[in-house]
Every structure is written in structure tokens, then in C-alpha cells.
Write a protein that binds this ligand. Structure first.
Ligand code: PLP
Length: 374
């Protein structure tokens, strides 16, 4: 159903037809193997290949990624498992892959591995659609928009058009936006990929990832890769993820609204520089973001004077955990430079806005800024 609202879709996504005396969402199926006589075919044979709990979740994610369309979703044990499945199933020695130079900090590890297998990797920044200039002869373009942690946005339609004209496949890491905020397949991408560890599941208690495609052959390559490397989610995690999707719209709506309010409040603080939020009309990402995103994400990034100020700020927050990751119901923030993998200043803070009452969160941030910069 493509005509219903996001909230309605989220609460019903992937549910099986009602059956007398059965639960609305069937419980997790814990099975390494299934009864199987005769020819080894059928929906459920061995637990590394398929599982009924994944089937429900994959259907749910597919409905969110591409309402009303026939798509194939494959769930994975983590976002990195999903990312690796696309990159390693689609490329061979001698192929060229274009990655963002400012994407998730594990991408350089993927780059090293691709290069070790003879794949040429080019990189360019997300902002200004700079990846366009690196497309010549590429097999696959990898986009991450908004980028993590810099929150730059690229024009997905424009990049897809140029890539497809060049015979290049396009994958979009949609972790930050979730399908509630942006639908990569609608924008023309071949693969919508995400770490569902973040906003998709939103409780900070499971790792998961997914890949959704329209093209059955591309999907088959991704599913085959999962079977080969065994990067499968546990049934309990898959079930918890499906349960969490019911509140996806509620959570994301609230978190994005508060993120915008926080970003607006931060524009008035002189200690804060380099503020980024794609939904802020003054943000450099805004003109493109507003054309392709329906909600702008729960992450706000900014800089404080130096490492010490950022550390004092994080220490002074009472309602916000100093922790990595993002997209969860409980606000988290971290000094991103502590990891060493991102091109950010020592005082750079990545702030993930949760579902707290906005006035409480804003008051907490204001007092923490006061105390850090006193
Ligand atoms: N993609 C993005 C944009 C991320 O931020 C992350 C993790 O932070 C990942 C992928 C990797 O996901 P996971 O930690 O679930 O493997």
C-alpha cells in the first residue's frame, strides 16, 4: 500500500495475515535446521540460508523502503555485514569502486580489503556531488548521505543519473535518514543499505543491517554473499528489530523535530561553531536535502573550542550519554575525534537526539554549554 501514512505503514509493516489464535507478530523461530525430506528445496532448509523471523522482518523493511513495490530485502548481522555484502558481491578484480572520502569510519578498512582483492578504489567528498568526477569506468558508486559525521548531503538523483549513464551501479548508505527520512530506491539507487543498529531499531540494544533492491539478480548476489560468509542476524535480534519498527515513525518524527529545535537553539550560542544539521535552512546541505529528504535525521554536529571544552560539555550533560552510535531513543553525544578516523577538529561533537521531552534536552544542553565554557 503506497497511499497510507508512514506511521500506519510502520505499525503494520511485515505482519502476516491474521490467523485465529496466532499472535500478531509471530515469535522468534530458533532453528539451525528445519524438517526437510526429499529434495532440499523450500522456503526453510538450513538456518544460515533463511529463517521465518527474517522473512517477516525483510518484508517489513521492504514495505518501508519501497511502499507498494516488489523489492527484495536481505537482513544481516550488522550494518558492516550489509555494506560488505554489496561491495564484495558486486565487484571483481579490475573493477573500479567510488567511495565517499568522508563516510563512516570503517569504510577505509573496506577500501583496504577491496584493494587487496584487486579492486581499484577512488574516493571523493560527499559535498558538492564531488563523486561525479570519479565515475569514469566505475562498476559501483557508494553514496553516504547525509554523511557521518560531517552531515554533508549529495544530490542522489543527479549522481544516479550520471552513474547509470556510465553503466555504474549505485548504492546508498541510508543509515542516518532511515526510510522514514529518505528512500534511496525512489531516488533511483540500485541498493538501499543501512546499519539498522541505529535509528531503524532505535533502542541501542542490537546490531543489524539490511540491503534492499528492486533487481532480483542484484538481490540474489547479495543473498548469496550472506550465505557464503554467514553474516546472519540471530532470530531474537531479528524479532526485536521487527518489534522496534512498529514505533519507527513515532521515534524518528519526534527525534527529527527535536534535532531541528536543538540545531536552531545552537545557532544562538556563540561558543558553538561549525554547526551542521541538514534541516536547518541556513545549512549548506539544506537546498539539496529539502529536495530528497522527507525528514532530516536525528544527528546534529558542531564544534566547541577545543578537546577540553568538548570533554567538559559531555561530562556536564545529565540527560545525554557519552557514547558512540546514534539514532537511539536516549540521546547520546561524543567527541568524535577520540576515534581518530574522521577528519574532524578536536572539539567536534556528534550529538544524537533522542526522544526525551525537547525542553528538558534543550535545558540540559544549555546548562552543559554554560558549565563547559564558563
Ligand atoms: N554506516 C553508517 C553511516 C554508520 O554510521 C555505521 C555505524 O556507525 C555503519 C554503517 C556500520 O554499522 P554497524 O555498526 O551496524 O556495523
Amino acid at each position: 500500500m503506497s497511499t497510507i501514512g508512514d506511521g500506519t505503514r510502520a505499525v503494520r509493516a511485515g505482519l502476516p495475515e491474521p490467523q485465529q489464535y496466532e499472535p500478531t507478530l509471530p515469535g522468534p523461530v530458533f532453528a539451525a535446521h528445519f524438517h526437510l525430506s526429499g529434495e532440499p528445496v523450500g522456503p526453510y532448509t538450513y538456518g544460515r540460508e533463511t529463517n521465518p523471523t527474517w522473512t517477516h522482518l525483510e518484508k517489513a523493511i521492504g514495505e518501508l523502503e519501497a511502499p507498494g513495490e516488489e523489492v527484495v530485502t536481505t537482513v544481516f548481522a550488522s550494518g558492516m555485514a550489509a555494506i560488505s555484502a554489496v561491495l564484495f558481491s558486486q565487484t571483481r578484480a579490475g573493477d573500479v569502486v567510488v567511495l565517499p572520502s568522508d563516510g563512516y569510519q570503517a569504510l577505509p578498512l573496506v577500501r583496504e580489503q577491496l584493494e587487496a582483492y584487486g579492486v581499484e578504489v577512488r574516493t571523493a567528498p560527499t559535498g558538492g556531488d564531488a563523486q561525479l568526477a570519479a565515475l569514469e569506468g566505475a562498476k559501483l558508486l557508494w553514496i553516504e548521505t547525509p554523511s557521518n559525521p560531517g552531515l554533508d548531503v549529495c544530490d542522489v538523483r543527479k549522481l544516479v543519473e550520471a552513474a547509470h549513464a556510465n553503466g555504474t551501479l549505485v548504492a546508498v548508505d541510508n543509515t542516518l535518514a532511515t526510510p522514514i527520512g529518505q528512500r534511496p530506491l525512489d531516488l533511483g539507487a540500485d541498493f538501499a543499505v543501512a546499519s539498522d543498529t541505529k535509528g531503524m531499531t532505535g533502542h541501542g540494544d542490537i546490531l543489524l543491517g539490511h540491503v534492499t533492491c528492486r533487481d532480483a539478480d542484484l538481490a540474489a548476489g547479495v543473498r548469496r554473499w550472506r550465505k557464503v560468509v554467514g553474516a546472519i542476524p540471530g532470530p531474537m535480534e531479528a524479532w526485536l528489530a521487527h518489534r522496534s519498527l512498529a514505533t519507527l515513525q513515532l521515534r524518528i518524527e519526534r527525534q527529527c523535530a527535536t534535532a531541528l529545535t536543538l540545531a536552531e537553539a545552537l545557532t544562538k550560542r556563540s561558543e558553538v561553531t561549525g554547526l551542521r544539521y541538514p534541516g536547518l535552512p541556513s545549512d549548506p546541505s539544506y537546498p539539496v536535502a529539502v529536495r530528497q529528504m522527507r525528514r532530516f535525521g536525528s544527528v546534529v554536529s558542531f564544534e566547541l573550542a577545543d578537546r577540553e571544552t568538548a570533554e567538559r560539555f559531555l561530562e556536564a550533560l545529565r540527560l545525554v550519554d557519552d557514547a558512540t552510535s546514534f539514532g537511539g531513543l536516549r540521546s547520546t553525544a561524543e567527541r568524535r575525534g577520540r576515534w581518530g578516523g574522521d577528519a574532524v577538529s578536536e572539539g567536534f561533537v556528534r550529538f544524537s537526539v533522542g526522544a526525551e521531552d525537547p525542553e528538558d534536552l534543550l535545558a540540559d544542553v544549555a546548562q552543559a554549554l554554560d558549565s563547559a565554557t564558563r
